[in-house]
Design a binder for this molecule. Sequence first.
Ligand code: TYM
Length: 344
Amino acid sequence: MYLCRIIDNNFVMAKDIVCSGIRPTGNLHLGNYFGALRNFVRMQEEMDCYFFIADYHSLTTHPTPGSIYNDARAILVQYLAAGLDPEKATIYLQSDLPETIELYLFFNMNAYLGELERVTSFKDKVRQNPNNVNAGLLTYPTLMAADILIHKATRVPVGKDQEQHLEMTRTFAQRFNNMYHSEVFPLPQAIGSSTGLVKIPALNGSGKMGKSEGEASTIFLTDEPSVIRKKIMKAKSDSGPTEMNQQKPEEIENLFSLLKAVSSPDTVEYFDDLYNRCQIRYGDLKKQLAEDMVNFVEPLRQRILEIGADDAALRRIMDLGKEKAHDSAARTLAEVRRVIGYRN
Ligand code: TYM
């Protein structure tokens, strides 16, 4: 996709710039895949893409990470297994791009305590862990804005839960532009599927799939077939519909959402029809879902095992990504320092 920009009174075609990242706080799960990673893979084909592993951000909730490098390496492996290509996209570790931190500092100077305290993810973290309310947690959105804007990205593939962070990124970008009477930063948009930002539900009937809902409610790209089958067969359901065409309760809607993600449209229609006619047997639906899920995850898991064994190749990919990300970041930072009035 291309945008038209006017430079020196000439129209030039500029590629959309895309940026996103995932925290290395455990193996990737279906929420990460369908909310974000799947779009990374699609977007690398036609846009200028920067995809990183957010290993600074993981410090906000994991302050003593003995294995931070290995955790980040594991996510890189999973990016590559899903189809990210270091020749097409710039793939790097956030901690390999310290320019981000200088931009983070500039955004922090213009971010207000009140607005940071009102962020839903901050309030959730404070509730979950009242003894670890660190400044990094509070300023999570300014670091995220710096990640995105260091490359002047216009599109950010993320899941529904990141919507508010993107709104704040636009606020910080606009505020910076106003403050320094400049047009340095674009106002980036969150990108999801054709029907909007995606939320993959947990298997326990409520909430979104993710580590906070527990291992049993989350399907990881590294799960073996037997584990997937067990998790799905135990997923929450109910005693079945009692009226024709009755609205699905949340836990059943969730099973259908997972079915839509990994099964064919015919399969979804078949079970939807049975549900509407009050003839559905959830055991059959779960068995079908488990098989389709295994067929979806198993090739990914196999690629993860293969790619993870080649340490030298992974290091080369990290080095290449670091260099390419630095080129883009250095250009933005020079412009930022100039408009603020620093020496370059
Ligand atoms: P993180 O690591 O929590 O999640 C990574 C991505 O996965 C998406 N996601 C989901 N999407 C749909 N359904 C779910 N159940 C689900 N669970 C997770 C998230 O929306 C996200 O896109 N703050 C980010 C990391 C980050 C970032 C950035 C992202 C740091 N800097 C700059 C974009 C741009 C986060 O914590 O993601």
